[in-house]
Design a protein around this ligand. Structure first.
Ligand SMILES: O=C[C@H](O)[C@H](O)[C@H](O)COP(=O)(O)O
Length: 225
């Protein structure tokens, strides 16, 4: 068992009968979904909402009962991966392009658990390029605005050499190389106010629990102070 699997499997233990669960996206959330699928096969009664079409497909493969967002007001729990996590459990997410639905789901959950292997733990956020989801209309203006605001390198994410990457919501992603982000909360607030930006991958004060997995299969659980 590697670190991602160990973290994903352990986080699935938080899920109890009757819960509505948010299912994250990526190679670590994958393991949580697989483990939940096993538990559903053993009789666990839950319903779930997925943060991407990929996770929805995976959950359906495991016969996890899926519902639409409109069917519930709150989620009991959401489990998702991260691209970086710092000591205060602030995150960069969106490497897989699912940040908008992931943030919507995380904010609606009573308990948000992040699963990651130990390579994701950092002293300061920003080495991983920050994904920023922008609307396709006038995207060049939004890109120019971002470049005028910050001395970082902003690159439109490509699907392949001829095609821009398009999210599940029909938007584009800009990956921003900030290097080290001195004040992630401030940057998040600023980006919230850039017209054309739909959402960004800074998850500030959302995480309650971090489940870290290590290469030898052991795990560490860190609760938000
Ligand atoms: O958009 C993708 C998500 O934010 C993922 O949770 C994140 O990229 C981490 O993915 P992984 O567990 O594959 O490293």
């Amino acid at each position: 068992m590697n670190g991602k699997q160990a973290a994903g499997y352990l986080a699935a233990d938080w899920v109890k009968d009757g819960m509505t669960v948010g299912l994250g996206t990526g190679s670590t959330a994958y393991w949580a979904i697989e483990r939940l699928g096993q538990r559903v096969a053993e009789g666990l009664l839950i319903q779930a909402i997925a943060t991407s079409s990929a996770s929805e497909e995976l959950a359906r493969k495991y016969h996890i009962p899926m519902i639409e967002a409109a069917q519930v007001d709150r989620l009991d729990l959401a489990i998702d991966g991260a691209d970086e996590v710092d000591h205060e459990l602030q995150l960069i997410k969106g490497g897989g392009g699912a940040l908008l639905r992931e943030k919507l789901v995380a904010l609606q959950a009573d308990h948000f658990i992040v699963v990651a292997d130990d390579s994701k733990k950092v002293d300061q956020l920003g080495v991983f390029k920050l994904p920023i989801e922008i609307v396709p209309f006038s995207y060049e203006w939004t890109l120019r605005k971002l470049r005028s605001l910050y001395p970082a390198d902003f690159q439109l994410r490509q699907q392949d050499t001829n095609q821009l990457y398009v999210t599940d919501n029909g938007n584009y992603i800009v990956d921003a190389a900030f290097g080290r982000i001195e004040d992630a909360a401030l940057l998040a607030q600023e980006l919230d106010h850039v017209t054309g930006v739909v959402e960004h991958g800074l998850f500030i004060d959302i995480t309650q629990t971090l489940v870290l997995g290590f290469a030898d299969g052991h795990t560490e659980v860190i609760e938000k102070k």
